[in-house]
Design a protein around this ligand. Structure first.
Ligand code: TPP
Ligand code: MG
Length: 580
């Protein structure tokens, strides 16, 4: 009984310590080895335990919830391959800087690597995809309560400190795992949630080396890439004003929409930078914030600017520059970086360079919207234009990887009404997207959440729908069904007609109406935009809703090319031409 009592005592103390450190949600999947921890979570009221049947979905749900709340979410699973199913979401959380406390339970050390059931090597299972990984002592060890509490507090601190990310705790439990019901003591754990530690402001920045190029520059450019939780939009907008620089704002940067000054924000660069005429644009200083932009055209444009000064601003320890372009790295909190830089440069205004970028951007943006509205057939990009029109400020749009996030980039325009635009862009996986959106929908006060997802990505995580049903969450899913991988039509393999359809087109042949039935979702197949709008309006009543938009892959590739062409044709008018 000593072992069972120790398991109970230590698990309760561990859960209480997580709660004190600020954890408010845990995702728990059923199993035997995790029993003490699951019971400790089930018998308290401070941390909300969310039941999940599938660990891969559980981890992506946790990721979506943590991204929406900004707080670390705990994961609890049994031993064996259950733990391995967390890996895709752990990798995404690590790259997207989302805090998770990954608690895998395990056999005690003497039962490892000796053929015991449901036992795999879990020590360091997530490799370099976690910020820290610890194999905890057995609950019967001397001083285990204090040690478990310390590991919980330390894990939360590590997960949110600096560059946020996942932390792995491997918790061994020996049998008997728990006491029989009559002997199991009532919980006397008094859980009090403490305030989250704040990120300490960083020391003033060493900006000296940057000042001359910034003062001298004539053609500055600011690039706002994706950032979990959003970049400091107002601070970057103020820097853009002081420098009088255009801001190329990725949809996932938090800068494309919102009440900050968007005077210099450009939303259509992905279209017009495709044009050979873009070669004439030669920025002399490029200031970059956030991760690598979604737009390939922008990344290729930046990679061509070899003679420019590239200033990368990011948190210490980060280096998001796959093309090795950086000439100056400024480490620090981006908001403080902006303020420091602003103090060093004389205010500038009226640069023709910036006026031209902004005018070009507006013309291209209008042309893209017009093109999207003009197609008679269902055009995938139009989904985002329709959503931006219909959704209230503060709504969340989760874009699946593949074409949805690219269409979000092309068709969500700069707007004073803030939309929370998110996607799993750390590792760009098409896995776990449904669960990430369900997790976002689970965040209290998150407003309406709409997921736009391709059919193969939807198939990949249909299990994720279970949590929406089980926890009665409100989520609208726009299922863009082009019967396969539409994105591959933009790649060279699309010309290899003999093999393309079988190995890249890959239609699933599934009727997703049955998926909706299985998970109790309201289902609409919208072949016309008025029907789409009506379904979207109906969905605001709540519950789980799937709006399927059937599209044609090959035709959509052609329509995208037409839209880009239209944008490029109007973008390069001489300076002073009318701006729509
Ligand atoms: C886990 C994972 N497997 C495979 C891929 C490669 N991949 C990228 S896009 C794509 C097709 C996605 O199809 P769909 O979700 O229908 O979106 P569409 O391309 O039609 O917009 C695949 C297989 C990936 N990114 N992640
Ligand atoms: Mg598809």
């Amino acid at each position: 009984m000593e072992t069972a009592e120790a398991n109970t005592r230590v698990s309760r103390a561990f859960v209480a310590a997580l709660a004190r450190a600020g954890v408010t949600d845990a995702c728990v999947s059923p199993g035997s080895r995790s029993t003490p921890l699951t019971l400790a979570l089930a018998e308290q009221r401070t941390i909300r335990p969310w039941l999940h049947l599938d660990e891969r979905s559980a981890a992506f749900f946790a990721l979506g919830l943590a991204r929406a709340t900004g707080r670390p979410v705990a994961l609890v699973c049994t031993s064996g391959t259950a733990a391995a199913n967390y890996l895709p979401a752990v990798a995404e959380a690590n790259l997207s800087r989302i805090p998770l406390i990954v608690c895998t339970t395990d056999r005690p050390p003497h039962l490892r690597d000796v053929g015991a059931a449901q036992t795999i090597d879990q020590v360091g299972l997530y490799g370099t995809h976690v910020k820290q990984s610890h194999d905890l002592p057995l609950p019967t060890a001397e001083g285990a309560v204090a040690r478990f509490e310390a590991f919980a507090a330390r894990a939360v601190a590590a997960a949110i400190d600096g560059i946020a990310g996942p932390v792995h705790l491997n918790l061994p439990f020996d049998e008997p795992l728990l006491l029989p019901p009559g002997l199991h003591p009532a919980s006397n754990v008094d859980l009090v949630a403490a305030a989250m530690p704040q990120r300490a402001p960083l020391a003033p920045l060493a900006v000296d080396g940057l000042v001359p190029p910034l003062r001298r520059c004539e053609r500055p450019l600011i690039v706002a890439g994706p950032e979990t939780g959003g970049l400091p939009a107002a601070a970057i907008a103020r820097l853009a004003e002081a420098l009088d620089a255009p801001v190329l704002a990725d949809p996932l940067s938090g800068m494309r929409t919102g009440p900050h000054s968007r005077e210099r924000v450009i939303d259509s660069y992905d279209a017009f930078l495709r044009d050979p005429a873009a070669a004439a644009l030669r920025p002399d200083v490029i200031v970059r914030f956030g991760a690598v932009p979604t737009s390939k055209a922008l990344n290729q444009f930046l990679a061509r600017q070899g003679s420019a000064t590239h200033i990368l601003c990011d948190l210490p320890g980060s280096w998001r520059d796959p093309d090795a372009l950086t000439t100056h790295f400024l480490s620090g909190d981006p908001a403080l970086v902006c303020e420091s830089l602003r103090g060093e440069i004389p205010a500038t205004s009226g640069r023709p360079w910036t006026r031209d970028w902004v005018a070009t951007g507006r013309r291209a943006s209008a042309a893209m919207r017009e093109a999207a509205a003009s197609f008679a057939e269902p055009f995938e990009g139009r989904v985002f234009a329709e959503l931006q029109e219909a959704l209230a400020a503060g709504a969340t749009i989760v874009a699946g990887n593949s074409m949805p996030v690219r269409d979000m980039d092309s068709f969500v325009t700069s707007d004073s009404r803030w939309l929370n635009l998110v996607a799993n862009r750390g590792a760009n996986g098409i896995d776990g997207v449904v669960s990430s959106a369900v997790g976002a929908a689970a965040a209290a006060g998150s407003g309406r959440v709409v997921l736009v997802i391709g059919d193969l990505s939807f198939f990949h995580d249909m299990n994720g729908l279970w949590a929406a049903k089980r926890h009665a969450l409100d989520l609208t899913i726009v299922l863009v069904n082009n019967e396969g991988g539409g994105i591959f039509h933009y790649l060279p393999q699309s010309a290899h007609q003999a093999v393309f359809e079988e190995w890249w087109g890959t239609p699933s042949g599934l009727d997703f109406r049955h998926t909706a039935d299985l998970y109790g979702a309201r289902y609409t197949r919208a072949t016309e935009w008025p029907a789409f709008r009506q379904a979207l309006a109906d969905g605001s009543a709540g519950g789980l809703q799937i709006i399927e938009v059937p599209t044609d892959r090959a035709r959509n590739a052609a329509m995208h090319r037409e839209a880009w062409g239209a944008a490029c044709r109007v973008a390069w008018q001489p300076a002073g031409a009318a701006v729509p």
